[in-house]
Design a protein around this ligand. Sequence first.
Ligand SMILES: NC(=O)c1ccc[n+]([C@@H]2O[C@H](COP(=O)([O-])OP(=O)(O)OC[C@H]3O[C@@H](n4cnc5c(N)ncnc54)[C@H](OP(=O)(O)O)[C@@H]3O)[C@@H](O)[C@H]2O)c1
Length: 585
Amino acid sequence: MIHTLPTRISGVEILRSQATGTSSKEASAWFSAISQQFGGPRRERVVCTRAGQLTAPSYYRLGGTDRTLRCLSGEMVVVVIDTRHDSPTFAQWHSFLLSSDNARGLWIPAGVAVGWQTVSPRAQLAFSQRLCQGRSQQGWLRWDDPQLAIGWPSIPQDLLEQPATALDLEEIANPDLPCLAQVRRTKVPQAKCSVWYPAAAIRRTLHRQEKTRTQIQFAKVQVDASRTPLQLPNELSNAPGVVGARQPGAAAGITSRATSAMEPTTAKDVILVIGSSGQLGHDLCRYLRQLGTVVGACRDPEKHGLLPVPTFVDISRPASIRTAIRKVRPKLIVNATGLTNVDRAEKDPRIAQLVNAAAPAIMAEEAREVGAGMIHFCTDMVFDGSGERPWNERDRPNPLNQYGRTKLLGTEAIRASGVPHLILRTGWLYSTHGENYVKSIVDLCTYRSSITLASDHFGSPTSTDWLARTLTELLSSGTNDLVGWLAQFGGLYHLSNLGFASRVEVGDQIIATCKQLTLPVVLQKFHSAKQAELPTPTPCPLNCRLDSSAIAVKFGMTLPRWQAELNLQIAKLLDSSILPAQSVA
Ligand SMILES: NC(=O)c1ccc[n+]([C@@H]2O[C@H](COP(=O)([O-])OP(=O)(O)OC[C@H]3O[C@@H](n4cnc5c(N)ncnc54)[C@H](OP(=O)(O)O)[C@@H]3O)[C@@H](O)[C@H]2O)c1
């Protein structure tokens, strides 16, 4: 059975089903479920792609066929664009992360264009479309239509399937406009490239067709300043219909999108994010691109999931850390690693010591060596959880478990190293990717009727998306000299979303949000118990409240309430969106 969830693009739905094992088994199970639910006969195929490859958006004209897609292996960003002029979401686009892990598919009605780019080293996509009679009604939309400014994960290394007939959205929406692509093909046969024509060829054709609408057609080719490497020929500049360079979003009636937060800026400082496969590391890689060139580092590139391919590092081996840092020679080292599984840290204190305590110390040594600054993340678990008052930066740590103890050692080593640093002490992190309690509860509440959570364990749920974005905003005032900025404004700060809740209250909020977003929820209410009654082997502090007022006052920040941020992130999780600049609006 496939469950459907609405998305922000009218008529496009997320399809949720259970993963069924290997990709070939999964493909046939998926295809037969689609046929049963949505009817046939259908054309089915499995498409294989590599990292960076981009399949340009295509659409079926109204009355044409619907399509479904689902990622069988790897990870890809799928972008849907509404080309239906009469739709309430016309000219809007939205992106979804489809992966073998989230086992989600998409239902794309006729009139909605869909394209995709692979972000994992390899990916397989199961594609199914209803067969329809008569001529193909398929059309193509330019992947780089400047008015749409689609935030693809990266500039495509390999562009698949963008034919010469690809049109701007404006041309699709206004069928009376002359068909630019046909002009390109038939009137300028000597042009080798489907996008650009030599200025001389345009001039010659213009001369021949002086009195026709072709002038305007060619003007349309040329006025897109964001793409033209050519000078406008004089006669073209003066031709009727040419009004100068057209900036993205200038055309009337088209809703232009904000430039993606994933675009790199011109600053060239190299930022090394160690632990880029973790939930916080992943978001840091996405946001910090605004400040410089981000290089991810992790031990399993398959889990990194973003371009470019990360550097290898095993932080339990000092030599590996040193090699990675000396190879990249960053201006900023961001340590998002940690042995975060508290029970594992308790069982294996040697690894906890290496990862949480020794590794940050080595990173700080290397940072000094290459002249870099450091960002590090510490935990609320360095406190013993007594009382009910939120902990501030001046409170004395007194960890109860190995995780807290080793994280404290790592933090102290960085502070003692003299390297310019910013240490953010946070807690109860969750994200729309990776493993965390919010994602587990969202999944569990759709099929479990009873779950018990602690009612005396308090903290502030904090989204990694917000944390990474906030850190990027903080650092953005120091992009001219990140190290200098850290030396002047750095230090240790508490930083989490605003307000506190018990684990049960967080669970109740998650259920309420899921219901609001029409997720079929089976669980009605959580059972509550004292933390001591739950089967958790490792002692954990009960009071994990953090007081973030010092950083908020110092940098004039307004912290979002944890409930608002949680609602936003769950909406994103159910949409599978990965583009924060879009979704936050
Ligand atoms: N999660 C929380 O609630 C929380 C609360 C407060 C503070 N923090 C701190 O915030 C930071 C990020 O947390 P998170 O929730 O994003 O953690 P996470 O999702 O568990 O990610 C941890 C990262 O550390 C990497 N790592 C662990 N051992 C490694 C090794 N030997 N070699 C290379 N990489 C290794 C992991 O790599 P693999 O993917 O290969 O395992 C992963 O990339 C950590 O410093 C954590 O202590 C977390």
